[in-house]
Design a protein around this ligand. Structure first.
Ligand code: NAD
Length: 259
């Protein structure tokens, strides 16, 4: 079945999105990539997907802009005809106490981490319903289930996308379309590396020490989750065995939310 499938993975030029896209491609799924990056980085991501012998397309849509998301939907239709698997993964982080939290950053985090998934879902769901098959996978976070200080926009957006996931799951409950969220703990991607580097600088410690401290604070396994492992869970959610997994917020977090 994966051989006839087309997936759109947002924010897939790097990190978790690229890992998920690669695992789907390994199953024979055609991939539309999206996200920012240098021409070289985008070409490399495309090559990594093509290595699996599947078709690859790319949209440079800025997901903070609803009109660009509409353009991306048209690009996906032009490239593949229809999309079977939608992975809402693009996301950004901003860390600051709420009193000094930049209003522009708040708006950007909510737009990219939450509203973009509303727009892609409303645009891609009709064709999935028509074909009576589809998978919508929202990459939320452990921060979709519990909070941390200084991440007001991110935690609000991630709790929001878990709520959106449940609503879409209910609205599609009697169809062949499912909608679920994956809630990763710490994954060593550029998004997290930036937080590690900031911590090392602020505390005057080495990057390695900052890495351990970051894990010790939240993630009992003291090991990072990998994009490949998250891709494996996404592949399972796309399988027929997962047909009755609906509205889940599935944590893969080294024990973070078990505490
Ligand atoms: P990353 O920075 O490596 O990748 C983010 C991707 O989103 C990139 O491809 C980037 O180009 C794209 N992107 C950013 N802004 C965009 C925009 N306006 N329009 C289109 N694309 C945009 O980050 P990551 O860690 O791989 O994060 C991916 C997702 O996983 C995010 O939603 C993040 O919140 C979530 N997440 C990450 C972690 C972690 O520890 N890294 C943990 C839990 C959840």
């Amino acid at each position: 079945k994966f051989n006839e499938m087309n997936a759109l993975v947002t924010g897939s030029t790097s990190g978790i999105g690229l890992g998920v896209a690669q695992r789907l491609a390994a199953q024979g799924c055609n991939i539309m990539l999206n996200g920012f990056g240098t021409a070289e980085q985008i070409a490399e991501a495309k090559k990594a997907i093509e290595a699996h012998g599947v078709k690859v397309a790319y949209s440079g849509a800025d997901l903070s802009k609803p009109d660009e998301i509409e353009t991306m939907a048209k690009e996906a239709q032009a490239a593949f005809g229809h999309i079977d698997v939608l992975v809402n993964n693009a996301g950004i982080q901003h860390v600051s106490p709420i009193e000094s939290f930049s209003v522009d950053k708040w708006n950007a985090v909510i737009a990219i981490n939450l509203s973009a998934a509303f727009h892609t879902t409303r645009l891609f769901l009709p064709a999935m319903k028509e074909r009576n098959w589809g998978r919508i996978i929202n990459i939320a976070s452990a921060h979709g289930l519990v909070a941390s200080a200084n991440k007001s926009a991110y935690v609000a957006a991630k709790h929001g996308i878990v709520g959106l996931t449940k609503v879409v799951a209910l609205e599609t409950a009697q169809t062949g379309v499912t909608c679920n969220a994956i809630c990763p703990g710490w994954v060593l991607t550029p998004l997290v590396q930036a937080q590690i580097d900031k911590r090392a600088a602020a505390e005057g410690i080495s990057v390695d020490k900052a890495k351990i401290e970051l894990l010790a604070e939240k993630q009992p396994s003291l090991e990072f989750v990998t994009p490949e492992q998250l891709g494996g869970l996404a592949v399972f959610l796309c399988s027929d065995d997962a047909a009755q997994v609906r509205g889940a917020a599935w944590n893969m977090d080294g024990g973070w939310v078990a505490q």
